[in-house]
Design a binder for this molecule. Structure first.
Ligand code: G3H
Ligand code: 13P
Ligand code: ZN
Length: 311
């Protein structure tokens, strides 16, 4: 099956009360681990490439690796730009054959966000590509945006209808208390489901996206710390909260940090236990397996999209 947009995936996910996993990919092993998991689970899949991933791997390499995934599987795969920060980055991805782009102008004013989002939507739609935008500000660090806790802002549900009408965007990321990275909550984890509920009442049937949705499994934190790492107090979004969001209007759940941690925990342990080994395949193979395992777990326990690839 050729690359697809997320349009059909989201329609079915919205009506079926599940979500599609959007996994960040940066190299061959990550792509293979994620894709093998989705393929075995017969799950629809979004592979997303951030600005940092483009810089690290060269977008042409990532594009061809994703095309290799498409060629070797039957499941629907959407190739998405994560946190595009300018019109030009989005245009570049549309021109390269991405089927979905995110324009993240959430740090700008409401009017500026609308203006830049609409310009991306106009260009992308002319080329058969769908667009995700963001309203509200998530705390946390990513390559393109660094929002301090004090500057984070929940999405204002009163703005969403006007934003969607004026931009014609296809999906919307909202801020309800998740954040990027491995340190999401100092106290009790709390998500503003009331905001999600309010947004979905104002935008019936419209797909909502949740960023910063890693769960930071404690067994991985422990393994990383046991084998020489230092991640004290790392904490993510409880899985049952994500599951709840997936039964509501959330159709796309973004996961990156958990993959990084699975890979790091595996490699740290491997190095400690096999100090004489120096062939990268020896430790990248198990790291790829760990990614596959965690993605399968997400699909079954958090997303609920197993077996939905050919519905
Ligand atoms: O949302 C951020 C993603 O985790 C991507 O992070 O910009 O470091 O690739 P990155
Ligand atoms: P995490 O850092 O929680 O994995 O979030 C990833 C993300 O939102 C990518 O856009
Ligand atoms: Zn994000």
């Amino acid at each position: 099956m050729p690359l697809v947009t997320s349009t059909e995936m989201f329609k079915k996910a919205y009506n079926g009360g599940y979500a599609i996993g959007a996994f960040n990919v940066n190299n061959m092993e990550i792509i293979q681990g994620v894709v093998e998991a989705a393929n075995e689970e017969k799950a629809p899949l979004i592979l997303q490439v951030s600005k940092g991933a483009r810089k690290y791997a060269n977008p042409v390499y990532l594009k061809h690796l994703i095309e290799a995934a498409v060629e070797t599987t039957e499941i629907p795969i959407c190739m998405h730009l994560d946190h595009g920060d300018t019109f030009d980055t989005c245009k570049d991805c549309v021109d390269m054959g991405f089927t979905s782009v995110m324009i993240d102008a959430s740090s700008k004013t409401f009017e500026e966000n609308i203006k830049i989002t609409k310009s991306v939507v106009d260009y992308a739609h002319d080329h058969g590509v769908v667009v995700e935008a963001e309203l509200g500000k998530l705390a946390g660090i990513e390559d393109a945006v660094n929002v301090a806790d004090k500057d984070a802002q929940y999405t204002d549900p009163r703005q969403v209808q006007e934003f969607v009408q004026r931009t014609n965007v296809d999906s919307l990321a909202i801020a309800i208390g998740t954040s990027h990275g491995a340190y999401k909550f100092k106290g009790e984890p709390k998500l503003r489901f009331d905001i999600l509920e309010d947004v979905s009442k104002r935008l019936p049937g419209f797909p909502i996206v949740l960023h910063g949705a890693s769960s930071v499994p404690q067994y991985l934190v422990e393994q990383i710390n046991e084998y020489g790492g230092n991640m004290p107090g790392a904490r993510g979004v409880p899985e049952e909260m994500l599951r709840q969001a997936a039964t509501m209007a959330v159709c796309k759940i973004n996961i990156d940090s958990d993959l990084r941690m699975a890979m790091t925990a595996t490699i740290r342990k491997y190095f400690k236990e096999n100090p004489a080994h120096f062939d990268p395949r020896q430790y990248l193979g198990p790291a790829r397996e760990a990614i596959k395992e965690i993605v399968k777990h997400k699909i079954e326990t958090v997303l609920g999209c197993q077996g939905k690839a050919f519905d």
